[in-house]
Design a protein around this ligand. Structure first.
Ligand code: 13P
Length: 246
């Protein structure tokens, strides 16, 4: 059985002052049965873990190597040392801004698992790919090539984020979400057997308090990876609450 996870990706947003939002989330009564994760920018990870209480803290990327001459990069060991327990990998913005391939994402995921972090591995099609009828082929190939053979429900979360729905206000419809999540679950159980049932499958892309409840009602949606609506506790809290009652 996959665990429910409400994950917030702050992307390149936030300075020390933003930690007040995390503070208010951490001090609110979080519902049972839902894991809550905030991934602030790397500069805030250590400070965030000091005040996060029951909220898990994650990075937004890590390098595939444990250390070395890689100016500007952060290793999985460093995130772990700073108090992170998760790391987002292969976000479409990393794939497009930094040319990350599935092979890169797999190598980073292996590094994250070796460091003891839970990897939130992101996949998703572009609008052109969807319109060409390639969605399942694209996400299936990304899933196969981005996950290491050692992935388990305890070590890996998969986030389906259609690129065209990220930050656009265009949420995928429930049928589109359901089709992809059912397909991903089948791919996971084909490859990992019963363990594939334990991998949490998140939807991401314009999730807001107003649409979270219906999205969480879709089969095989175990939570969300939320961008804009995770920046304010007042927006993220109702999303967490909607997941708890789903
Ligand atoms: O990319 C996302 C989360 O990783 C989604 O971002 P938005 O929720 O802002 O669309």
């Amino acid at each position: 059985m996959a665990r429910k996870l409400a994950a917030g990706n702050w992307k390149m947003n936030g300075t020390g002052a933003s930690l007040s939002e995390l503070q208010s989330l951490a001090s609110s009564a979080l519902p049972d049965g839902v894991d809550v994760l905030i991934c602030p920018p790397a500069t805030l990870v250590a400070r965030a873990t000091d005040i996060a209480g029951p909220v898990a803290i994650g990075g937004q990327d890590c390098h595939a190597h444990a250390s070395g001459a890689h100016t500007g990069d952060t290793s999985a060991d460093m995130l772990k040392d700073a108090g992170a327990t998760y790391v987002i990998l292969g976000h479409s913005e990393r794939r497009s801004d930094h040319g990350e391939t599935d092979a890169t994402v797999r190598a980073k995921t292996e590094a994250a698992l070796a460091a003891g972090l839970i990897a939130v591995v992101c996949i998703g099609e572009t609008l052109d790919e969807r319109e060409a009828g390639l969605t399942l082929k694209i996400v299936g190939d990304q899933l196969a090539a981005s996950l290491p053979d050692t992935a388990t429900g305890a070590t890996v979360v998969v986030a389906y984020e259609p690129v065209w729905a990220i930050g656009t206000g265009k949420v995928a419809n429930l049928e589109q979400i359901g089709e992809v999540h059912d397909f991903l679950r089948a791919q996971l159980t084909d490859r990992f057997g019963a363990e594939g049932e334990n991998v949490s499958l998140l939807y991401g892309g314009s999730v807001k308090p107003a649409n979270a409840g219906e999205i969480f009602g879709v089969a095989n949606v175990d939570g969300a990876l939320v961008g804009g609506a995770s920046l304010k506790a007042a927006d993220f809290s109702p999303i967490i609450a909607a997941l708890a009652v789903s």
